[in-house]
Design a protein around this ligand. Structure first.
Ligand code: CA
Length: 240
């Protein structure tokens, strides 16, 4: 990889800006900084970065407003910065088309994983519903989309049809948080929205089949108040 991915950071807090710049430059990203919303939005339009890290609390323009404007014409990956406890903000940003969020205080490996996943997803060919064929592999888990089965260490774990749909969907967006509403809509349709119980029950069954210790999952993580996230896939097999 010789061409560096360009990341634009829109953040009014100088120490946070510099923190991101240091970490991201050390990880071979090309970094541009904006310290307010106007500057940020104008750089998004002129620079066409590979990813934007967007603070929601900016002095001049609301981060949500920037996201809304960007999504009118672009699907470029946007990761928002959110306070840890603000679940509603996170869900709202995801609903508005943010790809992910990172919360303060930032853990470096986690932040880099979010950025990698968001850039990776922006480069996947467009998928049409559940028609994907192929496989997903992570830490001994294998999802076989053609056979509609999932295996751990080569053993079929016996998912039901809906359980497989859930696992398959999380695998398709691995590394990225999927909201409760999104998952429910995709699996059970619009009439079941807000019925988180059906999702929780299915997830509990999946974890019993999949995780050694369902209370400490290795594959599917809970993002409290927001949704679920599948572990990132094993190192990718070159370009495909
Ligand atoms: Ca701020």
């Amino acid at each position: 990889m010789d061409v560096k991915d360009r990341i634009l950071i829109v953040e009014d807090d100088r120490s946070i800006r510099n923190f991101f710049r240091t970490i991201l430059e050390a990880n071979r990203y090309d970094v541009t900084l904006a310290e307010n919303g106007q500057e940020g939005y104008s750089l998004i339009t002129s620079l066409c970065p590979d990813l934007v890290i967007l603070d929601l609390g900016l002095p001049d323009l609301d981060g949500m407003e920037i996201l809304r404007r960007v999504r009118e014409w672009s699907s470029l990956p946007v990761v928002v910065i959110s306070a840890r406890s603000h679940e509603r903000d996170k869900v709202e940003a995801l609903d508005l088309g943010a790809d992910d969020y990172i919360t303060k205080p930032f853990g470096t490996p986690e932040m880099l994983a979010r950025i990698r996943a968001a850039i990776r997803h922006s480069r996947l060919p467009l998928q049409t519903g559940g028609g994907r064929s192929g496989t997903f592999a992570a830490k001994g888990l294998l999802i076989d989309y053609d056979k509609h089965r999932a295996y751990i260490g080569g053993q079929d774990i016996g998912l039901t049809q809906n359980e497989f749909k859930l696992v398959g969907l999380l695998g398709k967006y691995a590394g990225k948080v999927l909201t409760y509403d999104f998952l429910i809509r995709e699996i059970w349709g619009p009439n079941m929205e807000n019925n988180n119980r059906i999702l929780r029950v299915n997830m509990a069954n999946i974890r019993r089949k999949m995780e050694k210790n369902p209370a400490q999952p290795e594959y599917i993580f809970t993002e409290i108040g927001v949704g679920y996230r599948m572990v990132e896939p094993d190192e990718e097999r070159s370009e495909q």
